[in-house]
Every structure is written in C-alpha cells, then in structure tokens.
Design a protein around this ligand. Structure first.
Ligand SMILES: Cc1cc2nc3c(=O)[nH]c(=O)nc-3n(C[C@H](O)[C@H](O)[C@H](O)COP(=O)(O)OP(=O)(O)OC[C@H]3O[C@@H](n4cnc5c(N)ncnc54)[C@H](O)[C@@H]3O)c2cc1C
Length: 300
C-alpha cells in the first residue's frame, strides 16, 4: 500500500491527536500511525488538564480520538512506524505491518520512554505512588511521608516545589550527595534529610509503596516517592532523517514546532521538558496549524 497523504503524524496520543484536529479542520489528508503506548498508561488518573481533571488517561485520549475521527480526511492506523526516508516530494514511512505510506510533511508526536531503574517493586509503583511530577500527582499526596529519588540540582528543584505540599520529605540521592553548601543549609532548614545509601528494593502492595529498602539493610517508610528518571526517544526515525537534538535528548524545534529538517515537525514530550497533557495538546495544536500554513503557502 502506498497512499499519499498531506501529513503523516507518528504518534496518536494527546499531542498527535491535537495536531490532527487542526489539520482536519482545514481538510488536510492526515494519516495517524499509533503503536498505543502513551507514557502515562501506568497511572490510574490524570490531573491538571482542565475539563478532564482526575480522569483515566485513556478516557481522555479516547474522547480526543473519537472527535478527531469524525473528520472525513483523517485515517488512524494502529501500527508502528519503523523507518522513514526523504522522497522527491516529501517523505515515506514504512511500518511494522509492512505498509509504506507517503506524505508531503511529517509530524513526530511520539513521546518518550521513561527508563525505570532495575529495582524490585519500582515498576509496580510507577505512575501510582512513584511519580514524576508534583503538578500531576502531588496534590493527591499532600501531607504524605514523601521521598525524592534524585540527586543534586534535580533533587533540590523537586524539594523546592514539594515542600508546599508536604513537610515530611527525605531525599534519596542513592550515591554521594551532590549539593552545594548553600543547598545543604536550605534543606536542613526544612528538616529534609539526605540518604546516600542505594535503594535495593521497594516494598509495595498493588502499586502502593510502603517503604524503600537500602543496601545497608535499613528501610524508610514512605507513601510517595518522586523519581526523576532518564528517558529515551521512542523512535530513531527523526535521527535517520537528520533532525538535530538538544543536549538533553529532545528533538530540537523552534517556536512553531519545526525541526531542523524542512518539512518535519515534532510536538509533545519528544521535544520539550514540559511534560503534561495540556502542554502536549498545546504543542500539537501549534504544529497542526503551522504545517497547514506551510502547505497552504506552497499550494497557493
Ligand atoms: C506515569 C506518568 C503519569 C503522568 N501523569 C500526568 C498527569 O496526571 N497529568 C498530566 O498533565 N501529565 C501527566 N503525565 C505527562 C503526560 O502523560 C505526557 O506529557 C503526555 O502523555 C505527552 O503526550 P504525547 O502525545 O507527547 O506523548 P504520549 O502520550 O507518550 O504518546 C506518544 C504516542 O506515540 C506512539 N508512538 C511512539 N513511537 C511510535 C512509532 N514509531 N510509531 C507509531 N506510534 C508511536 C506511542 O505508542 C504513544 O501512543 C504523566 C506522565 C507519566 C510518565
């Protein structure tokens, strides 16, 4: 199959669907390819997205998909994009199911993959009681005994935000603590201890953390743990096509979500450190509008 679209959107979650709606409302022929693995699928509830606060993550994306698919120029395929190439008049994408699709423009809305540490019990709690963001889940753990699994500036930054939600905080630096003298004295002022011992396991029941166990055999009871985890891009295709990346590993984009390769755009988690549903929807909306603008100028 080699169908010609105006735009292929790789990633059909919040940012991809948002972009698709902008494009569909200008009658652009859009193909959305989605492998169905949004990063927040581990969380029972999503917060801080107005109109859907506290809703299940897939309820939000299903509603978005239902609205987007009402537009006659949108096609949605449950499939994974495996490779991409530049063609004479655009791009071709080949998928896991063996299809090749072509389009004038490409939009990557592929999100990122969080790299979980190899600690027993950690994955079970991820997105439930081991959380990444105070704005998404912090309110639900206000006044709770809370840990911060991070070191140095990252840990200090989270501590700054979270002290307003709970006074019962401990930093688990899992290795030699890397704080300036000034940071140490501020942490001390807020009675925030630093534990340098490495976590060997997480004790939990059905994703509810109870305690973290350290390599020296001690343990600390916790009701929540913030974790600043490394991430990976979900696809190498932007790299294959020559897109540049930031020093943090995000796809480099300008204010209009354009990558460094003409005709290729990116939006959502893959190109920002501002990870939220609201931000992904906003970036998708901008990307969709700007791609339509570019096509409109070229065709006029
Ligand atoms: C555990 C957790 C909980 C969170 N909770 C909240 C919250 O409460 N509130 C909030 O605002 N934000 C929350 N976030 C952040 C929010 O989920 C993300 O910012 C948002 O999902 C980003 O949307 P996105 O469309 O960029 O990427 P994603 O939602 O991650 O979607 C990317 C999509 O691209 C698809 N894809 C990737 N590669 C390919 C490929 N090669 N071919 C086809 N499809 C592909 C994936 O399958 C996926 O469907 C949370 C994040 C995590 C990790």
């Amino acid at each position: 199959m080699n169908l010609k679209f105006d735009v292929i959107i790789i990633g059909g979650s919040y940012s991809g669907l948002s972009a698709a709606m902008s494009l569909a409302r200008s009658l652009r022929k859009v193909l959305i390819l989605d492998s169905g693995l949004p990063c927040n699928r581990f969380s029972p509830h999503s917060h801080n997205f107005i109109t859907f606060d506290g809703e299940k993550p897939d309820v939000i994306s299903s509603k978005a998909k239902e609205q987007v698919l009402k537009y006659e120029t949108v096609t949605f395929e449950q499939d994974e994009a495996l490779s991409g190439e530049k063609t004479k008049d655009g791009f071709a994408i080949t998928t896991k199911k063996g299809h090749t699709y072509s389009a004038k423009k490409l939009l990557f809305a592929t999100g990122v993959r969080d790299v979980l540490p190899n600690i027993s019990g950690f994955a079970e709690c991820w997105g439930k009681t081991i959380i990444h963001c105070p704005y998404c889940h912090g309110y639900e753990f206000k006044d709770a005994v809370t840990g911060i699994f991070a070191n140095g500036q990252k840990a200090f930054h989270v501590a700054t935000l979270v002290t307003n939600l709970t006074k019962s905080l401990v930093i688990v630096s899992s290795g030699e603590a890397e704080f300036t003298l000034e940071q140490r004295s501020i942490l001390q002022k807020h009675s925030i201890d630093i534990i340098e011992s490495k976590i060997t396991s997480v004790e939990q029941t059905n994703g509810a953390i109870q305690s973290v166990v350290f390599e020296d055999g001690t343990k600390r009871s916790l009701s929540a743990l913030y974790a600043a985890l490394p991430f990976e891009q979900q696809t190498d295709i932007p790299k294959q096509l020559g897109c540049e990346f930031t020093e943090f590993g995000h796809i480099s984009v300008d204010l209009f979500q354009k990558t460094t390769v003409p005709g290729i755009y990116a939006c959502g988690d893959n190109s920002t450190m501002m990870r939220s549903v609201a931000y992904a929807v906003s970036a998708g909306n901008i990307a969709g509008g700007m791609i339509n603008h570019e096509i409109s100028i070229e065709m006029f």
